[in-house]
Design a protein. Structure first.
Lengths: 150, 187
């Protein structure tokens, strides 16, 4: 599948990515996160070699940015949800390795362990289903464990 | 679900262009001869299309210039302003950079000569061929006119048959007539 013009990629995914970001970081921060997601996608876009898994790719970028948004201190502090986001040592250890995974596995791992999405949501993001998402995530994790062991 | 607001969408499209992340920016410009799809690269204006089917046109632009094609009004604003002025009769020359680097040498040479044909005047295909140093290439010049990527700005409507007939226009003869009438070249 050839890479579509960026306009089409953006038109197809902007609404769901924005909705995803509103759920993850709240409406107030979602606009900045949205801009950052699509600017980052635009920078990387010409390096993509084909047009497959673009939706999962967009979610992967958005979830990374959502994580960064949460880590970023904010002026009005005291956000209760911040506390719950720190309990992810397992993913933090793996995150630097996730870049080397095949795209679907990487997306599944990042969305599951980086962002606590349930498998139904991940399946939807990947254009498959919950079962396939679970398989991709566990295949990704197994691969990461092996890499880590090396 | 909260939709992406028009303001947020606009901000993204502006920023993408101002950070120079686009291969091609395009937008639609209203005109008396119909909506025009107008596109440009960093180097200059690269496409003006009548009756554009956006999907197909965007595919073509991506194929020719790179996949980062985005509708982004701001970079198109100078062209929009000058086209508006032209259609109001307040502008006779376009002052816009054009990007025709991808065209064949002959096409570029003919289009450069075409750009020198003044407002309100007409030349024949043969005249233009002679000006491009290929006096017998009137027919080839006709093909270049037919494929002109920047109608209006590169004024292929000012090129007519040897008998003075309008002959042809990629955007349709009615438009050619309307443009020549606007310029006072036709009564």
């Amino acid at each position: 599948m050839t890479l579509p013009p960026f306009e089409r990629f953006y038109e197809e995914h902007r609404e769901e990515i924005y909705a995803f970001l509103v759920r993850r970081v709240g409406r107030e921060r979602a606009e900045d996160a949205f801009q950052e997601t699509f600017l980052r996608a635009l920078r990387a876009y010409p390096k993509l070699r084909h047009g497959e898994h673009l939706r999962a790719w967009a979610y992967t970028i958005a979830s990374r940015i959502a994580i960064d948004e949460h880590r970023r201190p904010r002026a009005d502090a005291e956000l209760p949800e911040l506390a719950s986001l720190d309990g992810r040592p397992a993913f933090a250890e793996l995150e630097h390795l996730a870049d080397e995974l095949p795209p679907t596995e990487r997306a599944a791992v990042v969305l599951r362990y980086g962002y606590d999405l349930d498998y139904a949501d991940i399946g939807a993001a990947l254009g498959s289903n919950a079962t396939a998402a679970r398989q991709a995530a566990s295949a990704g994790i197994r691969r990461l464990r092996r890499k880590e062991a090396q | 679900m909260t939709p992406v607001s028009a303001d947020l969408d606009r901000r993204f499209r502006d920023t993408a262009a101002s950070e120079q992340l686009l291969d091609v920016a395009y937008d639609f410009v209203d005109s008396p001869v119909g909506a025009l799809l107008v596109a440009g690269t960093e180097r200059g204006l690269c496409r003006i299309a009548y009756d554009a089917e956006p999907e197909r046109e965007v595919d073509r632009l991506a194929h020719a210039f790179g996949v980062r094609v985005l509708r982004s009004p701001r970079p198109i604003d100078p062209a929009r302003r000058q086209l508006d002025e032209y259609f109001e009769g307040a502008r006779q020359r376009f002052d816009l950079a054009v990007d025709i680097a991808l065209l064949a040498d002959f096409n570029r040479r003919v289009l450069r000569e075409l750009a020198r044909v003044p407002y309100g005047e007409v030349v024949t295909y043969g005249d233009l061929a002679a000006r491009a140093a290929r006096p017998r290439a009137a027919r080839a010049v006709g093909t270049v006119m037919n494929r002109n990527p920047l109608p209006i700005v590169l004024p292929c409507h000012r090129v007519v048959g040897a008998n003075g007939k309008l002959v042809g226009y990629a955007g349709g003869l009615e438009r050619k007539e309307a443009l020549l009438r606007l310029e006072g070249a036709l009564l």
